[in-house]
Design a protein around this ligand. Structure first.
Ligand code: NAG
Ligand code: NAG
Ligand code: NAG
Ligand code: NAG
Length: 331
């Protein structure tokens, strides 16, 4: 089980490599992959040797007070990378979701607190080392520590990004970030522009193992009619959280372990308890469903029927789902 979880996580992290070309997990992979020119594993070793410990020590304190901030930082890094590469552009005042424009369409609702945390880290690093570390690198390190400190794997990332000079514009932001209402076909099409495979998309979606969402991102699945692919009990819970389509409330993305970076998000999907259309449809669409089933199991399997892979064994799959559902209902 543990090995399959870390496989899933590494897949997720390697997805980030595609995302921003820079983010890397070569050490976890045995250090075999080349890194982007200009980046290095030892970039700040002489100019700011304490960089990584400053970030980790501070984030430990931040997460001790509010582990919810981990998701905010991970999301901030992804959004930075999605729109014109991991260049810190999302942080610029004037960017479509930057600190002064958090109301911008498409309501990215990046947490204001995430920007504050990055700025605080930047100040600490700068006090210690001078203005040598880019905001893009600080954001990437913060995302790494958000994963690790919420129970995910630790991994090394090469550093040496430079901060971009251009804002993340609304049109670039809209063009790059698929909305939660997308089905798998639309999601795959949208992310194919970044050369994401179906496996990459499933792994990237796994980032929803932590974090929260505003009701408006999913109430189209509740009102006026309930999405038939949603578990009825789950829908009832969501309706009480979001009594109206435009409710200002929030719900967690992973009902089983909302603050823990693990594989429960995939278990949610198998139980029809994914929050967004873009989540749940991964289990409806056969192209992604098969990947997802692998990610939730351990490596290999104990076949229930020697002649049928368990993933093809419909009777078995539904009994596993039922068992999980009971476990959740007792919760
Ligand atoms: C988007 O942000 C605006 C401004 O803060 C807010 O009025 C609106 O309700 C938000 N929409 C959604 C869908 O969250
Ligand atoms: C996915 O969404 C697109 C755009 O809304 C729609 O045209 C298509 O029929 C949907 N596909 C499925 C399988 O529901
Ligand atoms: C996607 O792959 C093609 C072919 O390998 C390559 O030319 C293109 O630059 C890639 N796109 C991105 C966004 O990496
Ligand atoms: C959501 O918040 C906005 C601004 O605070 C308010 O105007 C609106 O009435 C609220 N919506 C609901 C459904 O409570």
């Amino acid at each position: 089980m543990v090995s399959s979880i870390s496989h899933m996580l590494l897949t997720l992290l390697s997805t980030s490599l595609l995302l921003c070309t820079y983010f890397h997990f070569a050490k976890a992979q045995g250090g075999s992959q080349p890194i982007v020119h200009g980046l290095s594993w030892t970039y700040y070793d002489s100019s700011c040797p304490k960089l990584e410990s400053i970030v980790r020590k501070e984030l430990k304190k931040v997460f001790k007070d509010d582990i919810g901030q981990a998701a905010g930082l991970l999301r901030l890094h992804f959004h930075d990378c999605f729109v014109q590469g991991c260049d810190g552009s999302v942080l610029l005042d004037g960017s479509a979701s930057g600190p002064s424009e958090q109301d911008a369409p498409p309501n990215l609702s990046l947490r204001a607190k995430a920007f504050t945390i990055i700025d605080d880290l930047r100040r600490r690093v700068q006090n210690k080392c001078g203005r040598v570390v880019s905001c893009a690198d600080i954001t990437a390190l913060a995302a790494r520590d958000a994963v690790f400190l919420s129970g995910g794997p630790d991994y090394d990332i090469p550093l040496g990004r430079r901060d971009g000079l251009n804002f993340a514009t609304t049109s670039a932001t809209l063009a790059n970030l698929p909305p939660p209402s997308f089905n798998t076909t639309s999601l795959l099409t949208s992310l194919a522009t970044m050369n994401f495979t179906a496996t990459d998309v499933v792994a990237l979606s796994g980032g929803h193992t932590i974090g929260i969402s505003h009701c408006t991102s999913f109430t189209d699945r509740l009102y006026p009619t309930q999405d038939p692919t949603m578990d009825k009990y789950f829908a009832g819970t969501l309706k009480s959280t979001c009594p109206a389509a435009n409710s200002n409330n929030t719900a967690v993305l992973d009902i089983r372990s909302p603050n823990r970076f693990d594989n429960k998000y995939y278990v949610d999907l198998m139980n029809r308890q994914g929050l967004f259309t873009s989540d749940q449809d991964l289990y409806t669409d056969s192209r992604t469903r098969s990947i997802l089933s692998v990610l939730t199991g351990s490596q290999g399997e104990i076949r229930a029927n020697c002649f049928v892979r368990n993933s093809d064994n419909v009777a078995l799959l539904s009994s596993v789902v039922e068992k999980e559902k009971e476990a959740w209902s007792a919760f």
